[in-house]
Write a protein that binds this ligand. Structure first.
Ligand SMILES: Nc1nc2c(c(=O)[nH]1)N[C@H]1C(S)=C(S)[C@@H](COP(=O)(O)OP(=O)(O)OC[C@H]3O[C@@H](n4cnc5c(=O)[nH]c(N)nc54)[C@H](O)[C@@H]3O)O[C@H]1N2
Ligand SMILES: Nc1nc2c(c(=O)[nH]1)N[C@H]1C(S)=C(S)[C@@H](COP(=O)(O)OP(=O)(O)OC[C@H]3O[C@@H](n4cnc5c(=O)[nH]c(N)nc54)[C@H](O)[C@@H]3O)O[C@H]1N2
Ligand code: SF4
Ligand SMILES: [Mo]
Length: 735
């Protein structure tokens, strides 16, 4: 195989798509082709008249039920499905704006292959057949030369399921997703070590019923997870008291009874002090602790000296406030909880922070309560009779040796293992040779993107399945245009919830341009890789219909029922699948793997002179880099700004609304970004929303609007337990 040391990021300063005119000008030809594809995928959809088609949203990963109004084959409105337990007739701004995704004229329209010519890289528009053959041939030769596990799948979302199936069929389980080590992996593992289970993909928090809730960072209201925000506002309306711990005066802080403006990185100190007060003032749930937990006495000794006074110097909070808020939580038992949070990749002690939060919920007896962390029930979706794969899939890395308590592979491990000699502890020759990237913009979601750029130089194959041009497609050899969620079937959604349900995702309109659904792409690749039998269906609608029929329904039936099937909630029993079958305040599992059995506070470095800690988060109108080119959402939020405290702004002569540029300690500069002077941020931090400062010119609306946080995250502190990349340790200054 030729070692192609090219793969410069193709930023489209010139017209870098060969045959670009053909792409733009062949719509008639394309739509005829698309039409025949639609005959198969979309045969039950009429072409005219107005119709409301139920499905579920994919602008983020909450799975809200939507009703899409379609007129003459064109989707004209997305509304919340009133019968759906996760949306209850309401959507967040992003869900409503989903049409901006579907009808974005900048969408990828045809398969593209990288070519080397005219002294620089270009993409050439090719047919599906040519693109699929190219990918399959490369995959085959990589597989033969290095083994199937040298092919890595990087992914996000339900659309990736068919690729996972393909990966197992060819014999690889080398897979990763930034929603693990860059998001909630640490949280889920910390909770599993404590309760035997995580708090759920849709967090099972009884925010509507609780009397007192504490939030550590979680910025609900900006973080727009629909049903969670609905329950949160219901709670507020019903008079529930909120304690928000955040260095920034977040929207949630503005609604709270207590705002603790903590020094960034000191949360574990606060949590240990809260434990101290709850235990030493006997404000914990004694029945729960007695019946369900182990290690209480050890925990009591562990937090004997972690008093509010002790925590005060680390957190910058008054001891009296720490004590008062702990008492609020303790006095509200059995109706108080600590919201589990979600994005956990903060400072590298993330699993231990999750443990501390879980332990407090144990002391409050919140697990299993309607007004706490309620237990979810689910409808089990029957398996489709896929043929059994007769071999065991292999992994390129001995990831269990590195992270014995981990549950997935951190993406940065896959990146490092794609560079010869880079992976710590071995693999001189880089065991990973090819990537297929599905719906994840790794350049913007994994810290130290320079390393990714380096990895791209060594790969023999980089395929990106995408809907939009993006930073990751800039590194691709082959780009395959996926349909959006409004043009395809995906697996059904059936999470654990207090109203168990199943909901369908289905095409509401025909695929635009030459885009193809992910299941079709995976199936066609499987055919060309000799594992076509794995995909023993013609159209993915057949799979859904089969599964529904096993449940006594059908595609037609569920459509008549508004796209959702429900069953009565049956409360699961209080069982804990930890080693001791109890809630573990003290974790022998952590201890025997060489980690602290109970969380311990460690100090994190403060910013050097003239530098500020870079914090980042969400705005209600956008999801990561998914929506940054969405016309409907750009109208309400066009670009991000950097929050700076007025005292700092005065010293640095920064005026509200002016553009500035950020630079980190390594000298990496951001794109220009507007200054927002506000007392809502601490003096030692700045804050920006994630997802902006896009660098691909094909994103005509988002290109260079605002600044990207991820490029500035050259450093991270690694969580030794599971590989979370704590990235809030980066410091920036103003240029
Ligand atoms: N710097 C920084 N890094 C972060 C975060 C942060 O706040 N700042 N947040 C972290 C968190 S919490 C998470 S969960 C991760 C998420 O990180 P990612 O998984 O990378 O984010 P997504 O938004 O899911 O993926 C974005 C890509 O999916 C494409 N896409 C959208 N819809 C489709 C589709 O239907 N099909 C296909 N094939 N592609 C599609 C979009 O065009 C976009 O390029 O990032 C983490 N990384
Ligand atoms: N609109 C919108 N909503 C989303 C998403 C989206 O893209 N757009 N993404 C969804 C996803 S996948 C995730 S994971 C969540 C992420 O959202 P959350 O899990 O709610 O929040 P985080 O990103 O962890 O934290 C951001 C908040 O923590 C504060 N913070 C920063 N440092 C510290 C610290 O040291 N201590 C404390 N106590 N607070 C600190 C910040 O000021 C900010 O308010 O959002 C979800 N909801
Ligand atoms: S929270 Fe908003 S973006 Fe996410 S699934 Fe629900 S409606 Fe869609
Ligand atoms: Mo996330």
């Amino acid at each position: 195989m030729s070692k192609i040391t090219r793969r410069k990021f193709i930023d489209l300063t010139k017209s870098a798509i060969l045959g670009g005119a053909a792409v733009a000008g062949t719509s008639a030809f394309i739509s005829r082709k698309a039409e025949s594809a639609v005959k198969r995928t979309d045969s039950n959809r009429p072409d005219s008249g107005e119709k409301v088609i139920p499905s579920y949203c994919d602008v983020c990963f909450m799975g809200c039920g939507i009703n899409v109004t379609v007129r003459n084959g064109r989707a004209i409105k997305i509304a919340g499905n009133p019968d759906h337990p996760i949306s209850r007739g309401k959507l967040c701004p992003r869900g409503t704006g989903g049409l901006g995704q579907l009808y974005d004229p900048d969408r990828l329209k045809t398969p593209l292959i990288r070519t080397n010519g005219f002294g620089s890289d270009r993409f050439k528009a090719v047919s599906w057949d040519e693109a699929l053959k190219y990918v399959a041939d490369k995959m085959k030769s990589i597989k033969e030369q290095y083994g199937p596990e040298s092919l890595a799948l990087l992914k996000h979302g339900k659309g990736a399921d068919p690729f996972e199936k393909l990966w197992h069929a060819i014999g690889s389980e080398t897979e990763g997703h930034p929603s693990y080590a860059q998001c909630r992996g640490a949280r889920d593992i910390g909770w599993s070590l404590t309760f035997g289970k995580g708090p759920g993909g849709v967090e099972r928090a009884g925010l509507d019923k609780a009397k007192v809730v504490a939030f550590i960072g979680s910025h609900l209201g900006e973080n727009m997870h629909n049903v969670t925000v609905q329950d949160y506002t219901t709670g507020l309306r019903n008079g529930s008291k909120h304690i928000v711990v955040d260095p920034r005066y977040s929207t949630a802080a503005s609604k709270a009874n207590y705002w603790l403006q903590i020094k960034p990185g000191a949360d574990i100190a606060l949590l240990l002090a809260w434990m101290h007060v709850l235990i030493y003032e006997e404000l914990y749930d004694k029945d729960f602790v007695e019946q369900y937990t182990i290690g209480f006495d050890l925990l009591k000794d562990h937090v004997e000296n972690t008093t509010p006074e002790w925590a005060s110097s680390y957190t910058g909070l008054e001891a009296v406030d720490i004590r008062q808020t702990a008492r609020e939580l303790g006095n509200a038992i059995p109706d108080s909880l600590l919201f589990p949070g979600r994005r956990f990749a903060w400072y590298g002690d993330d699993t231990q922070r999750a443990r501390a939060m879980a332990i407090i919920n144990g002391l409050l007896g919140a697990w299993g309560r309607e007004s706490g962390i309620f237990l979810g029930d689910r409808i089990k979706v029957p398996d489709y009779p896929y043929p059994k794969v007769d071999h065991k899939a292999a992994h390129a890395l001995d990831i269990k040796a590195k992270y014995p308590l981990g549950t997935s592979t951190p993406v940065q491990d896959i990146i490092e293992a794609s560079i010869p000699g880079r992976y710590k502890g071995g693999y001189q020759n880089a065991p990973i040779k090819g990537w297929l990237v599905y719906s994840t913009n790794l350049v913007r979601s994994v810290p130290n993107p320079e390393l990714l750029a380096e990895a791209a130089q060594h790969l023999d194959l980089l395929v990106v399945v995408e809907t939009m041009p993006s930073e990751i497609t800039g590194f691709a050899d082959v780009i395959l245009p996926d349909t959006t969620y409004l043009e395809r079937y995906d697996n059904m959604n059936a999470p654990e919830w207090r109203e168990p349900f199943v909901s369908i995702r289905q095409p509401v309109v025909k695929p635009l341009y030459q885009s193809k659904p992910s299941w079709w792409i995976a199936k066609e690749l499987a055919n060309r890789l000799g594992v076509g039998g794995t995909f023993n269906f013609g159209d993915f609608g057949e799979v859904i219909d089969y599964q529904l029929r096993q449940m006594g329904s059908s595609l037609e039936d569920i459509n008549q029922k508004g796209g959702v099937l429900k069953k009565a909630y049956s409360k699961p029993s209080m069982k804990f699948s930890t080693s001791s079958k109890k809630v573990e305040f003290y974790s022998k599992k952590l201890e025997s793997a060489g980690y602290d059995p109970m969380p311990r506070f460690q100090k994190h470095p403060a910013p050097p002179n003239d530098y500020f800690r870079l914090l980042y988060g969400r705005v209600p109108q956008h999801t990561f880099t998914r929506t940054s080119n969405n016309a409907m959402l750009l109208e309400v939020y066009p670009e991000n700004s950097v929050w700076v405290h007025p005292e700092i702004a005065a010293v640095l002569n920064l005026r509200d609304g002016d553009y500035t540029v950020l630079k980190n300690e390594k000298g990496v500069k951001s794109n220009r970004i507007r200054v927002r002077v506000t007392k809502r941020i601490r003096q030692d931090c700045v804050y920006i929303a994630h997802g902006f400062g896009r660098s691909d010119r094909r994103l005509s609306k988002a290109f260079e609007k605002g600044a990207d946080d991820n490029g500035l995250l050259t450093e991270y502190s690694l969580d030794p337990i599971m590989g979370s990349t704590g990235s809030q340790i980066n410091f920036v200054t103003f240029v």
